[in-house]
Ligand binder design. Sequence first.
Ligand code: SF4
Length: 219
Amino acid sequence: MYGDNPIRQPLSGDGLTLNIQSIFATLQGEGPYVGWPAIFIRLGGCNLACSFCDTEFESFQPLKLGDILDTVRRLTTSNQRLIVITGGEPFLQPIEPLCTRLLEAGFKVQIETNGTLYRELPDAVDIVCSPKNTGKGYFPIRPDLLARVNAFKFLISAQNTDYSMIGEVGQGQRVPVYVQPMDEYDAEKNRANLQHATDLAMEHGYRLCLQLHKIAGIE
Ligand code: SF4
């Protein structure tokens, strides 16, 4: 959305209808499950508007939970047992019923969040937090979310000083930290971002994370 999206507030509700941008089968391109066949459930709306955001999430439609699960089942193959719930910002919406139903159906469930919102979820849900910068430092991660985070993923830019180093947001040494070169849609900048992320990973022991889906040319 490149920062053009409206800032949306968290929605209340029973979670039996959710605003869905898209549901599709792909490979997880980022973070701990990189390379895993996965079904992505992309939810609509975000509470932030990042200038580099490369995702469309504002042409969403309301979809009933049963229809979401039917679509997931239709897309599922025997080796696609990972569901990635992403956005936008998934915690804008009451996603607990969706997570519970997916876990009951035997799926592994991973959430990707910017770390500024949280809702109580079953313990089995994996959470990857990608902190975002306000321009004056990183948004603090909610303490209740921090206790649940399984991995952090920081975007890295060589020139954008907001993203040239990872911030201390409470990650400590407790969970893996991934560094991912920011895609700035400029070959020269992207080369520099990759080099910088590589250097940071080598120096600090972070894990380098490339956007596999872009390399593979898939959604
Ligand atoms: S938090 Fe994520 S989804 Fe939301 S605008 Fe920023 S990059 Fe895009």
